[in-house]
Design a protein around this ligand. Structure first.
Ligand code: DGP
Length: 113
């Protein structure tokens, strides 16, 4: 837990969010600025700044497994969805707490901007 991290504060319940799912390691909630009909963020409860500094491979595997479970549970898995991990400045990472975006409910395009 990092006291000045908004995603740590969301995962702890200190800040409000539209929760989708949680377990002892992960928390999923709706993005405040959705870019698709379904736009969910999945974060580890533990404070990890980015994919670049995430050293716990079990945590990374667990994050993807949780993404898959959430995508199935909200009903976007069959048609498909995009999972995005923006990393550092060129990656477009605005919040320095590791998070996976789940984007679904519309056809995605390629390449991303
Ligand atoms: P990124 O650019 O990958 O760091 O994406 C950060 C995302 O987090 C962005 O899509 C907006 C979202 N976000 C930022 N602050 C909040 C917040 O306080 N609540 C929620 N639900 N989402 C937030």
């Amino acid at each position: 837990m990092s006291a000045d991290c908004i995603f740590c504060r969301i995962a702890s319940g200190e800040l409000p969010s539209r929760e989708v799912a949680q377990d002892e390691r992960f928390f999923a909630f709706h993005d405040i600025d959705p870019k698709a009909p379904t736009h969910i963020l999945v974060i580890p409860r533990a404070h990890v700044a980015s994919l670049d500094t995430a050293m716990d491979e079990a945590l990374l595997g667990g994050l993807l497994a949780f993404v898959r479970k959430v995508a199935r549970d909200v009903g976007v898995a069959e048609l498909g969805y995009r999972t995005v991990l923006n990393t550092n400045r060129h990656g477009g990472q605005a919040v320095a707490h590791l998070h996976a975006h789940i984007l679904g409910g519309r056809q995605m395009t390629w390449p991303p901007g």
